[in-house]
Design a protein around this ligand. Structure first.
Ligand code: FES
Length: 157
């Protein structure tokens, strides 16, 4: 299996090359592009990015595994990222997590068998004043309760 950026992304990459002083600096935007293109970042994509950035593949891999927003495996249609940091923990995120797990019958790091949901826990989402918080794809859901989370998930099924 190989990975190639599509024509739109190849155009964007050429534009970015003219804006950055070194091609090595393109690793983050290219990781984002690969993820948006395929829904996750494959090893083949990392290999291609390493080639474009004239950087060892291991360096790109290290960057891709450092940031939790990069996904190295295929995700469900809806990626639930529940904050696990202090404010959310103090506001009962554990009860919200139990509700999600009961409703979807999956554990953290797993996807539902129909490919609809993937459940992750992440560090602070920067919305501590409205804890507990989850990011579902690009949307934040705040002030979650064990009941409201089930309503949200049921509406997506
Ligand atoms: S601790 Fe959860 S959003 Fe900050």
């Amino acid at each position: 299996m190989s990975f190639n950026f599509n024509d739109d992304n190849l155009e964007k990459i050429e534009l970015l090359k003219s804006k950055y002083p070194k091609v090595q600096a393109l690793s983050l935007p290219l990781l984002w592009m690969a993820q948006y293109q395929d829904g996750f970042i494959s090893l083949e994509a990392i290999q291609e990015i390493a080639k474009i950035c004239e950087t060892p593949m291991m360096e790109i891999y290290k960057v891709s595994t450092f940031y939790s927003m990069f996904n190295l495996q295929k995700l469900g249609k809806y990626h639930i990222q529940l904050c696990k940091t202090l404010s959310c923990k103090l506001c009962n995120k554990d009860d919200v997590l139990k509700s999600i797990q009961n409703e979807l019958n999956i554990q953290v790091g797993e996807s539902t068998s129909d490919g609809l949901f993937t459940l992750s826990q992440v560090e602070c989402l920067g919305s501590c004043g409205t804890s507990p918080v989850m990011q579902l794809n690009e949307t934040y859901y705040e002030n979650l309760t064990p009941i409201s989370i089930v309503e949200i998930l049921k509406a997506l099924k």
